[in-house]
Write a protein that binds this ligand. Structure first.
Ligand SMILES: [Zn+2]
Length: 316
């Protein structure tokens, strides 16, 4: 290495010379190294930063995409929520309609249940009650056996229209033209079909449930035979004027284990005034009878609900 370095700088004013000693040369070299390292660090940092910016841009794009799909998902969820809410509203409305209807039915049936009772319990009570009514009104005579007929003679002691003697009238007379159709006032079986021109004339008797019978006298014609099963409302014969009769009419009797009852209460009886008969006809142990029907009906209801459960099981 040279001992000294001489640097000449020429200008218009002449030339100047700088002499660099060993120490100065070393300092200059160090400064050079420093500048080089600093430049490298700066370039490295710049490259790193550029890279970082690119990465951040990609990340931002990704996040934007994610945010968009999440807001779409949120819209779907909100739609679902509002659908579910309106569905729930509709169900609540329907349930309250059912509850109201059930309340009306309970009123009609005269069933008093706690309004806080479960709907299922209330439905069971109403179902049993209405099933009992249907069973009783199917099995026991109720309503008129002839349509729109005037009642011409009531049940009770009266002067006989033919003999003129005071006698017990064991039935109810309807003033009807010859040939008026007569309908069964309950389900039953035809016990007697007896043609005759004496006394009761052509005579028909039906057996119903629980020891009740109904009979029809002075008929013109029969529409059923002994042993036939009939449903409530079936045509059983036509009214007439046969036997000991002062004019065309139907003599209608209802008996319970052979004892004659006033048919008027039974003619007036129906679904709308189901409990009327309990007050009007005191010779029957109604509570016991209703109890028996209730037992049978609730067993049948149970059986049918079990059958439904079995059907559901086997179908699934
Ligand atoms: Zn009569």
């Amino acid at each position: 290495m040279k001992e000294r370095i001489t640097i000449s700088v020429s200008s218009v004013n002449g030339s100047r010379q700088f002499h660099l000693g060993r120490k100065s040369q070393k300092r200059l070299r160090l400064a050079g190294y420093f500048v080089l390292v600093a430049s490298l660090v700066t370039v490295g940092a710049m490259l790193y930063l550029v890279n970082e910016v690119d990465f951040a841009k990609v990340k931002q794009e990704e996040l934007e995409k994610q945010s968009y799909s999440m807001s779409e998902e949120l819209d779907v969820l909100n739609q679902l929520k509002s659908d579910l809410e309106s569905d729930l509203d509709e169900r609540e409305t329907r349930l309250s309609t059912v509850s109201d209807r059930l309340g009306e039915l309970e009123n009609l049936l005269g069933v008093s249940t706690d309004n806080d009772a479960r709907l299922e319990t209330r439905l069971d009570v109403a179902a049993i009650n209405s099933a009992v009514r249907i069973a009783v009104l199917d099995g026991l005579p109720n309503g008129s056996p002839v349509k729109n007929a005037r009642r011409s003679s009531q049940f009770g002691v009266r002067k006989h229209p033919v003999s003129g003697k005071k006698r017990m009238h064991r039935g109810l007379d309807f003033a009807v033209n010859i040939g008026t159709p007569i309908y069964a006032p309950a389900d039953g079986v035809v016990e007697t079909v007896r043609p005759s021109n004496k006394g009761s004339g052509n005579f028909l008797r039906l057996q119903h449930s629980f020891g009740f019978t109904s009979s029809y006298s002075h008929l013109k014609k029969f529409a059923v035979r002994s042993g036939d099963f009939v449903n409530k409302g079936d045509l059983i014969g036509y009214s007439g004027n046969s036997g000991l009769s002062s004019g065309p009419h139907l003599h209608y009797e209802i008996r319970f284990v052979g004892r004659a009852l006033d048919p008027s209460s039974f003619v007036d009886w129906g679904m709308d005034n189901f409990e009327l008969i309990f007050e009007k006809e005191r010779k029957i142990k109604w509570a016991s009878l209703i109890n028996k029907v209730e037992q049978r009906v609730s067993m049948q209801l149970q059986l049918s609900s079990q059958r439904d459960a079995i059907l559901l099981e086997s179908s699934s």
